[in-house]
Ligand binder design. Structure first.
Ligand code: COA
Length: 721
């Protein structure tokens, strides 16, 4: 069956409908390319055709770009040829002898955008689902089917760099503003309008290229070599600032644009296809691709093995506790169209939940991501109560009360009194085992963990904690709910700290130890940011709250006393320095902004920061990253998650572990497990037995294996015993 349908009207308007059979989205596979090329030849020779309108047969998608699944089959040495093939095809489109119009009804990404750029005109629907962009850098490559060559000519240097180097996706209004599309058309009249527009172009000939529509200031800057240099240097600085220079693709794209801006298109395309070989097939590209596939895989999963288990429908969400997390969870639900009912014990607390939610929407309104009418609609999905009224109608309730076992148990008991027997309870516990929370529950099968990360609206991970008695239906329902809320769920075993917090604990406590031993706070944080973490460990402690970290650390210390010491620092907590929320922790804060490392913190810790670095960065890095690898190995031994892929995905989405490294265990594999083991042994000798390598690391190192090559077999550990 063909991917394209052609319809030529008597007046000469040819409408080609792209509708890839059997697929949810249109994409450019090798096969589609062959077919498209044949169509373009046929169209160019068809005497009836006087204008071409390209539409999509998929409701919310125009074209989702290259078929990413084929990327793994392309050998790096063939990358330039693959790029040249795509460029030639889109050149064929650009050279059709009549006006061509792309009717972008929905998502238009990557190769889809490059296709549209080769058309004379672009119309875009203002439907909420419609977005356009060039997300290639997020997959470790850059647009190389003519995107880097064409976009700057159309929208100017600065706008093109902004889109290509960040991979951001924009809506019709913004696309029109930067000149990427010619019109943003109201969704209800889009099809009709596109046809009328295309008809109006019949007989008008090809569109003559026009200079980018820029403000006077932008034009002045882009008109001179010095101005262009300023824009390019600024873009490079921004990329390095945001990525630490760890991602080759945006830097390579920058070089392509720098070398080709203002040159004839043929020359620009040549540079583009030559330079793509510098990134395609590289380690970073392969790592980013693996993460993309791992995230896609979760979309297909249900969280349980049995395909017959169905998630229950959820029409309302209950949220117990309207604090930072509860308010955030309710906001997320309401934002995604799910009415959310919050309960707290006093009006002041409820008000805080509303305020937390409103603030997130207000910020979105300020950034013009949302209008005030939409904000009002979303706010209206929130309701609050001081008792359990309305909770009987909530198929799922997320508990986000304080991290105290007795409190969690008592709200669970109260909740069970008022809800029907089918209602599900998801605890947002960060460390307390579900088995303990559900120990006295009447229906423990309906209880599981639903652990969000702070801030809820930003962090993409949800740990779904399978309690010993949680039913399959409960897990499937929470898993499906997490996906509906736009999160990536990972099912974890019910052991202390679950996955992410357990792996973070030795890292955070080691960071505090380094400070006690005389390292400077900023050196510790800088080392980990250079490694690629979004924030340093001491900054993270301040953001999470030292009291929270201490509490979590206590649970973990009790479970794994040999390796893990309490996460934050009791002395700072005792002094009331809880981090950002109290205005001081390891750093001082002013107006919520992080300032300098705190002198007082050093005093309280009885630490004397050395004038010159106490340890070189490689020692700091080893002392911080290797305990995480070690703890991750213990987690695999304990079967907290089924394998290294899920563990890495969780660490990337839950902590921002640098995606370019592919994940914690991917990183360890790339270092080589014999090396990981010998480094851990050196650390053990020098700094103590907490670094002793996990049995599985020793075994894999002996066998010259890798985490990914040969998954660790579960063995008994202190947690299991
Ligand atoms: N290549 C290969 N497969 C793709 C694809 C692409 N570019 N875009 C989407 N798909 C597949 C998905 O893997 C999924 O496959 P499945 O049905 O086998 O699971 C299917 O299309 C539907 O995608 P899904 O993500 O479930 O649908 P959605 O409506 O939630 O989102 C998109 C649609 C297009 C927004 C989303 O899939 C997306 O962002 N894709 C990546 C696009 C991209 O990065 N393109 C640039 C390539 S350089």
């Amino acid at each position: 069956m063909s991917a394209f349908q052609l319809d030529v009207a008597p007046d000469g308007l040819a409408v080609v409908t792209f509708d890839l059979p059997g697929e949810k989205v249109n994409k450019f596979s090798r096969e589609v390319f062959v077919e498209l090329s044949e169509w373009l030849v046929r169209l160019s020779q068809d005497p009836r055709v006087r204008a071409l309108l390209v539409v999509s047969g998929k409701p919310d998608v125009f074209i989702a770009g290259a078929d990413i699944k084929e990327f793994t089959e392309v050998r790096p040495e063939d990358a330039s040829a693959g790029s040249a093939r795509g460029q030639a095809l889109f050149e064929q489109l650009a050279r059709l002898p009549f006006p061509t119009i792309a009717a972008i009804n929905g998502v238009c990404l990557g190769g889809g955008t490059e296709f549209a750029l080769a058309c004379d005109w672009r119309l875009m629907s203002d439907a909420p689902a419609a977005r356009i962009g060039l997300p290639e850098v997020r997959l470790g490559i850059f647009p190389a089917w003519g995107g880097c060559a064409r976009l700057p000519r159309l929208v100017g240097l600065a706008n093109a760099l902004d889109l290509i180097l960040t991979g951001k996706q924009i809506d019709a209004r913004r696309a029109k503003k930067v000149g990427l599309v010619d019109e943003a058309v109201p969704a209800p009249i889009f099809d009709e309008y596109a046809r009328r527009f295309a008809r109006s172009k019949i007989g008008t000939g090809k569109r003559t290229p026009r200079p980018a529509r820029l403000s006077a200031a932008e034009r002045a800057l882009e008109a001179t070599p010095i101005g262009r240099r300023i824009i390019l240097n600024k873009a490079r600085e921004t990329v390095i600032g945001q990525t630490g220079g760890h991602y080759p693709a945006p830097l390579e794209a920058l070089k392509v644009i720098e070398e080709t801006y203002g040159k004839p298109i043929e020359a620009a395309l040549e540079v583009e296809s030559r330079r793509i070989a510098n990134v395609f097939g590289g380690e970073v590209q392969r790592n980013l691709l693996d993460i993309f596939f791992a995230t896609e895989q979760v979309k297909k999963e249900t969280g349980v093995a049995d395909p017959n288990v169905r998630a229950r429908d959820v029409s309302r969400l209950g949220v117990l506790g309207a604090g930072l997390m509860g308010g955030g969870i309710a906001q997320l639900a309401a934002d995604r169209g799910l009415p959310a009912r919050m309960k707290d014990i006093e009006p002041k607390a409820l008000a805080q939940g509303y305020r937390a939610a409103a603030k997130i929407w207000k910020d979105a309104v300020a950034r013009r991501r949302l209008n005030s009418r939409e904000m009002a609609t979303r706010m209206a999905r929130l309701s609050g109560t001081l008792d359990y009224s309305g909770f009987a109608q909530c198929e799922v309730t997320v508990e986000a009360v304080v991290e105290k076992l007795e409190v969690k148990r008592s709200v669970l008991a109260e909740w069970e009194q008022v809800v029907p027997p089918t209602a599900i309870f998801g605890s947002n516990t960060s460390t307390i085992p579900i088995a303990q929370i559900a120990a006295a529950a009447g229906r423990p099968e309906n209880v599981a963990g639903m652990h969000f990360f702070n801030p809820v609206h930003r962090m993409p991970l949800v740990e779904v904690i399978r309690g010993e008695k949680s039913s399959e239906e409960t897990i499937a329902t929470i898993f499906a709910l997490a996906k509906r809320l736009g999160k990536t769920p990972v099912v974890v075993r019910d052991l202390p700290g679950f996955l992410v917090n357990r792996i973070l604990a030795p890292y955070l406590s080691e960071a505090v130890r380094l400070v006690r031993e005389g390292s400077r706070i900023e050196d510790v944080d800088r080392t980990m940011k250079d490694f690629g973490m979004p924030v340093g460990p001491l900054e993270l402690l301040d953001d999470v709250g030292l009291d929270t970290a201490v509490k979590a650390g206590e649970v973990l210390q009790a479970a794994f006393p040999h390796r893990i010491k309490s996460g934050g620092d009791e002395a700072l907590v005792a002094a009331g320095r809880l981090g950002r929320k109290t205005g001081s922790g390891f750093y001082e804060y002013e107006g919520g902004k992080r300032g300098r490392p705190s002198r007082t913190a050093y005093e309280i810790l009885r630490a004397q920061p050395a004038a010159s670095p106490r340890y070189p960065p490689e020692v700091i890095e080893s002392r911080l990253v290797l305990p995480m690898v070690n703890e991750a190995a213990f987690c695999l031994e304990d079967a907290v998650v089924p394998g290294p892929g899920k563990l890495d995905l969780a660490m990337i989405l839950g902590t921002g572990f640098p995606p370019f490294r592919g994940g914690l265990l991917r990183w360890a594999d790339s270092l080589g497990l014999p090396r990981v083991r010998s480094l851990l042994e050196e650390l053990t000798e020098r700094f103590g037995s907490r670094f002793e390598p996990a049995r599985s690391i020793r075994r894999l190192a002996d066998a010259r294996g890798t985490f990914y090559g040969s998954p660790a077999q579960p063995v008994d550990t202190e947690a299991a015993s």
